[in-house]
Design a protein around this ligand. Structure first.
Ligand code: MF3
Ligand code: CO
Ligand code: CO
Length: 294
């Protein structure tokens, strides 16, 4: 069973690879070692934004469908099957499937898993938390979001972490406006997280998204000034996806996480819980418009 005697997660068993109907266009990187170099920029016109929103809506509805199935006893692989079937039945490709070798159609990150958890035969238990991260690719565009859910009734510190991580993401979105610097986003998130003594994961960041899954634009969730001082401009599309931890914060230049030998699963070093929320958004003339709503 994928839990050790102290209740922490251990690697489970993967199901066979899910197939995508051949008529659904797939991103160029699928089953290549890495994506092609991208230099197409992060600003989009109205027609392109409509396509990102269409992909983002499918991903958001898939997260909702998975969320509705979360209960004690369900496995993360069963949740991945729901994600996969939802995305493909809406004519989209699940962007993580075959991305740099990632084997599944969603990331399912449980309890101490910071991000990139691989769906497997892990059975969720009452009181666990699980993040569902889904990206859909349709008409040449990716839309990327995630949300954290609690399983049944959870301890108050878990509920608080989840709610405050959602709020941290929303505060990051609220400071987005043309003329401001990208590093303002992380300043807003980190100052909110610090009120509660939470750590902010630094190594994994928000990113430009649209024509590419990860365009190269980096959106830190901590106060990175004077670095990451790119100007925010109308039509820019990127994600904000903070990961907050209950335990040991990361000091600058250090890490507070470990990677499993699967090459993907990132866990907090102290094995305490962590939560994440993500939206894809477009910069408007006065603020931001979320593109990953159901
Ligand atoms: N969707 C994740 C993000 O928010 C990326 C997952 S990449 C994978 O950027 F390979 F782990 F699936
Ligand atoms: Co993302
Ligand atoms: Co994501």
């Amino acid at each position: 069973m994928p839990w050790d005697s102290s209740g922490h997660l251990i690697p489970g068993v993967l199901s066979a690879r899910r197939t995508v109907p051949a008529n659904i266009p797939r991103p160029e990187y699928v089953d290549r070692p890495a994506p092609a170099r991208y230099d197409g920029g992060d600003v989009y016109d109205a027609e392109e934004i409509a396509r990102i929103r269409a992909a983002g809506r499918i991903a958001a509805q898939a997260v909702e469908a998975v969320g509705a199935a979360i209960r004690p006893g369900v496995t993360t692989d069963e949740l991945d099957a729901i994600a996969h079937d939802f995305v493909t039945s809406h004519g989209a490709y699940p962007s993580t499937l075959g991305y740099r070798g990632f084997p599944k159609s969603s990331c399912t990150s449980v309890n101490e898993v910071v991000c990139h958890g691989i769906p497997d035969d892990t059975m969720l238990r009452e009181g666990d938390l699980v993040n569902i991260d889904i990206t859909a690719y349709k008409d040449g565009m990716h839309g990327d979001l995630n949300a954290t859910f609690v399983v049944g009734e959870a301890p108050q510190d878990t509920i608080d972490l989840v709610e405050r991580t959602r709020e941290a993401m929303l505060r990051g979105i609220k400071v987005v406006a043309p003329g401001r610097r990208i590093n303002l986003i992380g300043r807003a998130i980190e100052s909110y997280a610090k009120r509660f003594g939470y750590g902010v994961v630094r190594e994994f960041t928000g990113h430009g998204v649209g024509r590419a899954f990860h365009t190269g634009l980096i959106v830190p969730h901590y106060d990175a000034a004077p670095q990451h001082d790119e100007e925010i401009v109308p039509g820019m599309v990127f994600t904000i996806e903070p990961m907050l931890t209950i335990g040991t914060p990361e000091a600058p230049g250090t890490t507070a996480w470990d990677e499993w030998t699967d090459g993907w699963t990132i866990v907090t070093r102290d094995r305490r819980r962590t939560a994440q929320f993500e939206h894809t958004l477009v910069v408007t003339e006065s603020g931001a418009d979320i593109l990953t709503l159901p």
